[in-house]
Design a protein around this ligand. Structure first.
Ligand code: HEM
Length: 157
């Protein structure tokens, strides 16, 4: 397959409606989870939409989060001083994967490998940032970009 025809993870997942629905289902689970509910009880009404836009952008979607809602710097800022634990992180990952299954996001090994790799990376960064009280990043640090990685996808049956 010519490189220019390789879809982004965003397109392969089904575009923005899929990311927005994913976060609705995910935060419903989060708020009824006894470990995570206290962490998110003060989240803003826009939170789930912002996270949907953030992840969509990382996966090659439109620059909605970084152009009008926040920046990578601001996202880091939101995690500072929250003292997230490995237990929080693992539950977050588990609930997100369950939500992806429920919404029938693509199940092919290539997509799921790239998806989980980002979630694993992003949540570990969030935990590290949550131990800091100051943001040591550059204010204009670019958004992360995530592609197919080692699988060089997408899945071709
Ligand atoms: C890939 C991993 C993650 C991404 C991409 C991410 C993304 C974000 C973004 C974009 C915001 C800002 C939302 C806004 O502008 O309103 C945010 C805030 C926040 N995140 Fe994360 N996050 C991740 C992992 C985690 C984990 C593992 C936890 C805890 C278990 C967590 C807890 C929070 C909390 C508590 C806030 C602030 C909510 C509020 O009170 O408004 N995040 N995150």
């Amino acid at each position: 397959m010519a490189e220019k025809n390789i879809p982004t993870l965003y397109d392969w997942a089904g575009g923005m409606p899929v990311f927005e629905k994913l976060m609705v289902v995910f935060y419903r689970k989060v708020l009824s989870d006894e470990l995570l509910a206290p962490v998110f009880k003060h989240m803003s009404p826009e939170h789930q939409l912002h996270v949907a836009h953030f992840i969509a952008e990382v996966f090659g979607g439109p620059q909605i989060y970084s152009s009008s809602e926040g920046s990578h710097f601001k996202m880091i800022q939101k995690h500072l001083g929250r003292h997230l634990t490995e237990q929080h992180r693992k539950r977050w990952v588990q609930l997100l994967i369950e939500s992806a299954d429920e919404l029938e996001l693509p199940e092919d090994p290539e997509f799921r490998s790239a998806f989980v790799a980002y979630i694993e990376w992003g949540t570990r960064i969030a935990v590290l940032n949550s131990r800091e009280t100051e943001n040591n990043e550059d204010v204009d640090v670019p958004m992360p970009k995530w592609g197919w990685g080692e699988t060089k996808g997408p899945f071709i049956p």
